[in-house]
Design a protein around this ligand. Structure first.
Ligand code: SF4
Length: 431
């Protein structure tokens, strides 16, 4: 079967830009569509192409005309969901292909895609489900009952056969099809240091349940890791790229695995720069592991500090403390590992809260602070909690840089403060 896997274009909308002419905080994503490369790896019996509309936004129709796919698969995060519906409609009109949607938004809120433009919705890790679905479609056998897959039926509830995610769902014996994005590779760069970057997955899901986070839906609430051999294989497939981003939401969630992996990287003589996500409490409990990783090339870590008061961390169910965050910052600085620090700005912030955050970030010398606006993403506990307070329901604005609940400050003032901090932090960034 001819299968086209599509990465949607950059498409989120920006309230500060549209209403106040503040154009410095729009989200732009430039990374490779690893999830699609992973899916493609398990489709050996088919002719597969990947179209990255973030790299070439206008090329859907020309690709459909030339390739004439029988099946088109989309992935989408929440702010891309409306765009994927529109593109799915265009696919139907253009070539009538079967349309399948998966990814974070489909996993968090599958009913959103229960529309005529879409034929199937896949939730969670889709590598096995997608292959089973394509095999059934090609063979003309029933697609009902494939775990993790629902046939859309607009107006009625979606029916899923549950998929109890486990190691077989990783299908790790087949690697990602990095070759399918070779034409785009030169454009996959880390803008802060201007280096080419490749992505490798080593872990899936997360054992924690932070209320704002949609990662747990990825693996049905479980935390799964690739074998060390599979991770080393994938790093090697990327050749001599100067930066490897371990894209897992929580790379060090299994300490034994993280230790084996770093030993294997060292033993294999791999020399590159790694960037990975880590929780601050992991850094504090296992500084020797961080040292091992630093020696093996860990250059930067991404840490979700989220907030600077314990009661706010408790509100997010972060299961962490500010004192632990502070200690982790000291340990990482001592080790020479730079920090990309995620902080969540609540629409409830007043001027004083912005100033306290500014002072904290500067005094802790966090190399690249990232500020996102607290956003109740559909499917999360936070969404249930704040549902009544949501004032903007158009998912185009769920970019994590817009306030979709009312701001305590006047809206313009809120975005001015937000933009001021972002500008100041980026000017000081030292990644
Ligand atoms: S924010 Fe991080 S630690 Fe919390 S659930 Fe998400 S991935 Fe896990």
């Amino acid at each position: 079967m001819k299968i086209l896997l599509v990465n949607p274009p950059n498409c989120g909308r920006s309230i500060p830009e549209e209403r106040y002419g503040i154009n410095s905080i729009r989200q732009i994503f430039r990374g490779e569509p690893l999830a699609l490369e992973v899916l493609a790896g398990n489709l050996a019996d088919h002719e597969v192409r990947i179209l990255d509309l973030k790299a070439e936004p206008e090329s859907l129709h020309s690709t459909l005309d030339v390739f004439r796919p029988q099946l088109v698969g989309f992935t989408a995060v929440t702010c891309e969901a409306n765009t994927v519906l529109r593109l799915a409609g265009e696919v139907k009109e253009s070539c009538g292909a079967v349309v399948v949607v998966g990814g974070i938004h489909a996993s968090s809120d599958p009913s959103f895609f229960n529309r005529p433009e879409i034929d199937y919705v896949i939730i969670g890790l889709g590598k096995a489900s997608f292959a089973e679905l394509t095999a059934a479609i090609e063979a003309g056998t029933t697609t009902g009952g494939i775990p993790g897959v629902a046939t859309t039926r607009p107006g009625e509830a979606l029916l899923f056969t549950p998929r109890n995610f486990g190691l077989p769902d990783l299908v790790e014996q087949v690697p990602p099809r990095y070759d399918l994005v070779a034409a785009y590779r030169a454009g996959y760069t880390l803008s802060s240091i201007g280096s080419q970057i490749g992505m490798v997955a080593s872990a899936f899901g997360c054992p924690f349940r932070c209320s704002f986070c949609c990662i747990s839906s990825q693996a049905g609430g479980r935390y799964l890791t690739h074998s060390v051999e599979a991770v080393i294989r994938d790093i090697r497939l990327l050749g001599t790229l100067p930066v490897i981003r371990l894209v897992d939401a929580n790379t060090f969630g299994n300490i034994g695995h993280a230790r084996l992996l770093v030993e294997a990287i060292a033993a294999a003589g791999i020399r590159t720069n790694f960037i990975a996500d880590v929780r601050s409490d992991t850094v504090v409990r296992h500084p020797e592991l961080m040292r091992q990783w630093q020696e093996a090339g860990l250059r930067s870590v991404v840490i979700g500090f989220e907030e600077i008061a314990d009661n706010d961390l408790t509100f997010f169910n972060k299961e962490n403390k500010v004192a632990i965050n502070n200690e982790a910052i000291s340990i990482l600085h001592e080790l020479g590992i730079t920090i990309v620090g995620d902080f969540i700005v609540s629409p409830d912030y007043d001027d004083a809260r912005f100033e306290v955050l500014e002072e904290y970030v500067i005094s802790r010398a966090i190399e690249l602070p990232i500020l996102t606006v607290l956003t109740p993403l559909p499917g999360t506990a936070l969404y249930s909690e704040l549902h009544e307070r949501i004032t903007i329901r158009d998912l185009d604005y769920y970019t994590l840089t817009n306030a979709v609940t009312a701001t305590r400050l006047g809206e313009k003032r809120f975005y001015q403060q937000y933009a001021r901090l972002m500008k100041q932090f980026h000017a000081r960034a030292k990644l």
